[in-house]
Write a protein that binds this ligand. Structure first.
Ligand code: ATP
Length: 359
């Protein structure tokens, strides 16, 4: 039996706005699940329903197989870390971390042992006497996490915990959160709009858009087996290239290049005259001509050297794409370039439903 079960969960706010539609998910004990999607897609609303901070309008939430819809936040044995750290400014780091246990009247000696242990895990041992205002953003966020994990609860919920940090701190904290999860083995649900955070932290990712779940899968599945255009475009940086058009004589065109779709999709005939989307990832192209691949010749508009690789922006008539190449192979701008996309790296989507076409 799954540890947490969300069955057809819906949220309709009092103003009538339907923020979450038929959300279904089973979460195993110890799993790290990430909800990801653009702003306003319903991630926080779903998390808050799990926390008991928001009523569930329709559907059932089960903990260990038992209905939990009516349980208050405390009864759910869940701890939450918010985007804003919400530390008590007049309390030291030690007291902030200890707060939950102090409230419960836990023995001072036990509190001290637990606070010290958590401070060690979080690298806060030297800061226990400080007030929050004397800490960096990353250190404050660690205190907030410490405060959550000191209570030995079943589930940790994190709502964009890294969004107030700068780029470098985010990378460090991401690593630390992964380590804390390894050490504690706690079931964690983490909300972010950052696909890199989702890919690096998650056992499984739930991609959401406009209140609907688009796909649930491991990072590997979402990257290699996206089920629709939205997921394919959301996971991966730079995003997947999409070429949209009507199938004519079994082909789509990129500039003057004919892409014979029967190579990828033997049953292409039934799509004649219909809208199709041809997708390929910037990092899956090969420079030059290759066997069993679509070959495209077009112009280089711009290059961005990023260190180990270069993003190459190409154009053919009205069609644009981004290619990722080894920086040693950075091409010249305003010159033609030929590249190949192996057949097996091409994704075809139905232009109307935007769902992937499986051969
Ligand atoms: P973000 O990344 O911006 O936090 P999110 O995916 O977490 O976005 P939610 O905060 O869950 O999105 O909001 C989902 C939708 O519900 C949004 O369109 C939002 O405007 C709406 N919404 C949130 N709270 C309320 C409320 N109290 N009343 C009505 N609508 C709300």
């Amino acid at each position: 039996m799954a540890y947490l079960t969300l069955k057809n969960i819906n949220k309709i706010y009092p103003n009538g706005f339907h923020a979450v539609h038929n959300f279904n998910l089973e979460i195993e004990k110890g799993e790290f699940v990430v909800f990801v999607g653009p702003s306003g897609c319903g991630k926080s609303t779903t998390l808050r329903m799990i926390a008991g901070l928001e009523d569930i309008s329709n559907g059932e939430f089960l903990i260990n197989g038992k209905r939990a819809n009516e349980l208050g936040p405390r009864e759910r044995e869940i701890a939450m870390v918010f985007q804003s750290y919400a530390l008590y400014p007049q309390m030291t780091v030690y007291d902030n971390i200890a707060f939950g246990l102090t409230l419960q009247g836990v023995d001072e000696d036990i509190i001290e042992e637990r606070v010290k242990n958590i401070a060690r895990i979080l690298g806060l041992t030297d800061y226990l006497d400080r007030l929050p205002r004397a800490l960096s953003g990353g250190q404050r966020q660690r205190v907030a996490i410490g405060r959550a994990i000191i209570r030995k609860v079943g589930v940790f919920l994190m709502d964009e915990p890294l969004s107030n940090l700068d780029a470098k701190q985010r990378v460090t904290m991401r690593y630390e959160i992964a380590q804390i999860h390894q050490e504690t083995g706690a079931t964690t649900i983490y909300v972010t709009h950052d696909q890199t955070e989702a890919m690096t932290l998650a056992d499984r990712i739930v991609v959401m858009k406009s209140g609907y779940v688009q796909q649930v899968g491991t990072p590997y599945q979402l990257y290699f087996e996206p089920e629709n255009v939205f997921v394919a475009g959301f996971i991966g940086e730079p995003p997947m290239n999409f070429l949209k058009g009507k199938v004519k004589d079994g082909a789509l065109y990129f500039g003057n290049n004919k892409l014979d779709l029967s190579k990828k999709l033997p049953g292409i005939k039934k799509y004649e005259g219909k809208d199709l989307v041809f997708g390929f990832r910037p990092e899956h192209i090969k420079l030059g001509s290759h066997e069993d691949a679509y070959e495209i010749t077009c112009d280089v508009e711009l290059t961005e050297m990023l260190g180990d690789n270069t993003n190459v922006y190409v154009v053919g008539n009205e069609d644009h794409a981004i290619l990722k190449v080894d920086s040693h192979d950075t091409p010249e701008t305003d010159k033609p370039i030929t590249f190949s996309i192996p057949y097996e790296k091409v994704y075809l989507f139905d232009g109307e439903t935007e769902k992937v076409i499986k051969e």
